[in-house]
Design a protein around this ligand. Structure first.
Ligand SMILES: Cc1cc2nc3c(=O)[nH]c(=O)nc-3n(C[C@H](O)[C@H](O)[C@H](O)COP(=O)(O)OP(=O)(O)OC[C@H]3O[C@@H](n4cnc5c(N)ncnc54)[C@H](O)[C@@H]3O)c2cc1C
Length: 464
């Protein structure tokens, strides 16, 4: 790759460039650091993106794309690859009149949130500040606001994209509508998105949010009561239930530290005067050992999970949709939470996201690629560890969890909150067969040679 085009204006980093190369290739997924890409092209703007893609296309070089660097598969920095690194492209603007937010693909969720909150607004997105808007949006985007305002893709108005042969196109409801459909859940399969336009919504500035920590022996009972409870809860209540090792909090006895507990994470963005009516019945589902729910700024609520998301650990992720949080599914979750591997510096947690409300009821299944039909809850199992010699143990464990949860899960799912499970999972994860056929046709129209193949890949439809 020595003949790289001279008109590229950003930084080019190769193995041998020392700390700058190592800093550029660091991802949330620590295992990605085991191998390094051949060339990282840090793009200053969309012209740079077009330059790299034209060069790659002309030489038949497959391209990886780095947005915020949180993809659990580590596809953003594959060994030996050419990487379009979008992290320098960080502009974000908010029009308070139209509530249109425009973000470049290097913007992180914390930055998006901070810019929108200056005007009392938020784009519904994810829950950890260092996650990138780009990969999150292209996969779907779920978080504390999804029951009130839907998935991130439901608030996406347009994307600007550089095609693999270097053309700049726009995709929205009127222009390239089929591409616009595919960008709302089909991942980084079609081109490199250089700007996202969203509709933001009023949120905060204060909300009521935090954590309710319950002993593990209450978990089965509380999880069992949650579905009926949430069926009548307002859309303004977001709820995440977590089974995870207890933090070393002073209100927990020392012998409980590190042992699994149930944590309910409510985030209520409705009228603050009604918050007690919404939160107190949730607290009363059990006898919490710690009640850390309080009135806080939205920015604090939407970054409280940063503390449990350390950068650079080795990790894996399995997840899926539950049509119901049934007693059988709960039993499987509790059994695996109680028997997860335990190693120094490692942690395993199960997250159960309550869906319903806007994300489930306001958008038709085929309106976006991001699938949600029939999904009442989303489960994910996250393991993080340090030692490479534990890789096999955690992979085996994740496989066991995935198999145990399969009978309780839909075949569709959320691509961003699980590792790539290959075929046939990929062809079913977006929903119906017809949807996947449609996606393959869009892939064939925009990236027929599969230049963008370091992703949860959609095989281009073949002619005939
Ligand atoms: C700690 C943590 C917390 C998370 N929390 C949430 C959450 O609350 N809600 C949620 O919905 N998801 C969440 N996720 C999942 C997250 O949405 C995905 O990991 C997503 O892929 C991250 O995007 P990124 O840009 O940071 O990652 P990257 O690794 O940079 O990108 C992931 C992939 O997206 C593609 N891509 C990225 N940018 C572009 C672009 N501009 N054009 C074309 N393709 C592109 C590439 O194929 C790339 O490999 C979380 C992940 C982690 C690790």
């Amino acid at each position: 790759m020595t003949d790289f085009p001279a008109d590229f204006r950003g930084a080019l980093l190769r193995p041998g460039d020392g700390d700058r190369y190592d800093a550029a290739r660091a991802l949330y997924q620590g295992r990605a650091a085991d191998e390094g890409p051949a060339l990282i092209a840090q793009c200053a703007d969309e012209d740079d993106v077009a330059t790299v893609l034209r060069h790659a296309c002309a030489h038949g070089i497959p391209v990886a794309v780095r947005g915020g660097g949180h993809g659990s598969d580590g596809y953003a920095m594959p060994g030996g690859a050419l990487v379009v690194d979008l992290s320098p492209m960080k502009a974000v603007t908010v029009d308070p009149e139209t509530r249109v937010v425009r973000a470049q693909p290097g913007v992180l969720l914390g930055e998006l949130d901070a810019a929108a909150q200056e005007h009392g607004l938020a784009v519904p997105a994810g829950t950890v500040s260092s996650t990138g808007v780009a990969g999150l949006t292209l996969g779907g985007g779920i978080g504390h606001l999804m029951r009130r305002y839907g998935a991130t893709v439901d608030s996406l108005l347009a994307g600007e994209m550089v095609t693999v042969d270097g053309r700049k196109v726009r995709a929205d409801e009127a222009e390239n509508p089929e591409l616009f459909w595919a960008l709302r859940g089909g991942g980084g399969n079609f081109g490199v998105v250089t700007a996202f336009e969203y509709r933001a919504h009023p949120v905060g500035p204060d909300v009521v949010a935090g954590q309710l920590i319950f002993p593990f022996d209450q978990a089965a009972d509380i999880l069992g009561k949650l579905p009926a409870h949430m069926a009548t809860a307002p859309r303004e209540l977001g709820l995440l239930a977590v089974l995870a090792p207890a933090p070393a909090l002073p209100m927990l006895p020392p012998e409980a530290h590190g042992k699994p507990v149930l944590v309910l994470v409510p985030v209520y963005t409705g009228d603050l005067a009604t918050a007690d009516e919404v939160i107190e019945p949730l607290t009363a589902l059990g006898r919490p050992v710690a009640d850390l729910v309080a009135r806080v700024p939205w920015l604090q609520a939407n970054s409280m999970l940063d503390a449990v998301a350390p950068y650079g650990k080795r990790m894996n992720l399995r997840g899926g949709y539950l049509p119901a949080l049934s007693a059988d599914a709960i039993e499987v979750l509790l059994h695996h939470a109680a028997t997860a591997p335990s190693n120094p510096g490692a942690a395993t947690s199960f997250n159960m996201w309550c869906m319903g409300g806007a994300i489930s009821e306001d958008v038709a299944e085929d309106a976006t690629v991001f699938s949600r039909e029939g999904a009442a809850w989303l489960w994910e199992a996250v393991s993080m560890w340090d030692a490479p010699e534990h890789d096999a143990q955690y992979e085996q464990w994740a496989t066991t969890v995935g198999e145990a949860m399969r009978p309780h899960s839909l075949t569709s799912g959320y691509t961003n909150l699980t590792d790539d499970l290959g075929e046939p999972w990929r062809s079913g994860v977006h929903g119906s067969e017809a949807k996947y056929r449609r996606l393959r046709a869009v892939k064939a129209a925009w990236d027929p040679d599969n230049v963008l193949r370091f992703n949860k890949n959609i095989a281009p439809a073949t002619a005939g």
